[in-house]
Design a protein around this ligand. Structure first.
Ligand code: GRF
Length: 200
């Protein structure tokens, strides 16, 4: 299964997918292309270093969200992408994009959804005072972090945690969870019925 990874930032989740590939842990999934909307971001450099095909589509150069997403779809299709993984991709996708990849777009979020969607999820968890947060991999729908949940890992908050320390501990779990879910989808072990997702 050809996977397209979209990212905007440092790319540690992309790196985890690359490492899982090297260890033979991504099953029949292979990273066919990495696309970024932020020229020069860490994810782009990591992909280039790994010898993966890359593309840059800067959303600021597009007049509309629809135009940007249409270009994304076209480029992903050129790379024969079948599964889209959002790994720190900081753009909301339009219904047009999602229709091109039905139940084939997943996102990783650094909180236990439906708690703390959107940006700064770790700070939201700290400010709220929860004792447990974590990470979620979910199918993407047109809302912000609202799609059907595929898998989650809990991470406790510790006394003295700040945003950086909590984010770092959650990232450790993200780097395990995301490759495992990508593999499960590629192996045909994930089914969806309404909001309920089963992983065999
Ligand atoms: C991760 O915390 C992910 O959950 C969120 O954005 C961050 C991306 O980190 N969506 P990285 O670019 O993979 O290092």
């Amino acid at each position: 299964m050809n996977v397209g990874v979209l990212a905007s930032g440092g790319g540690t989740n992309l790196q985890a997918l690359i490492a899982a590939t090297a260890r033979g842990e991504l099953g029949p999934a292979r990273i066919a292309a990495v696309g970024v909307n932020v020229p020069g971001c860490g994810a782009l450099l990591r992909a280039e270093q790994a010898g993966i095909a890359t593309f840059v589509l800067d959303h600021k150069t597009f007049a509309s969200r629809e135009g940007f997403d249409a270009a994304l779809v076209e480029t992903l299709h050129e790379h024969r992408v079948e599964l889209v993984v959002l790994a720190g991709f900081m753009r909301l996708l339009t219904p047009g994009f999602l229709a091109a990849f039905p139940h084939r777009v997943v996102n990783i979020h650094p909180a236990l959804l439906p708690a703390f969607p959107g940006t700064h999820a770790q700070k939201q968890a700290l400010d709220y005072g929860v004792k447990v947060s974590g990470c979620t991999v979910h199918f993407v729908d047109s809302g912000t972090d609202t799609g059907p949940i595929i898998a989650q890992t809990a991470v406790p908050l510790l006394d003295g945690d700040d945003e950086a320390s909590l984010a770092a501990r959650i990232l450790v779990e993200e780097h395990r969870l995301l490759p495992a879910v990508v593999r499960a989808i590629a192996e045909g072990r994930v089914s969806v019925e309404g909001r309920r997702v089963t992983v065999r």
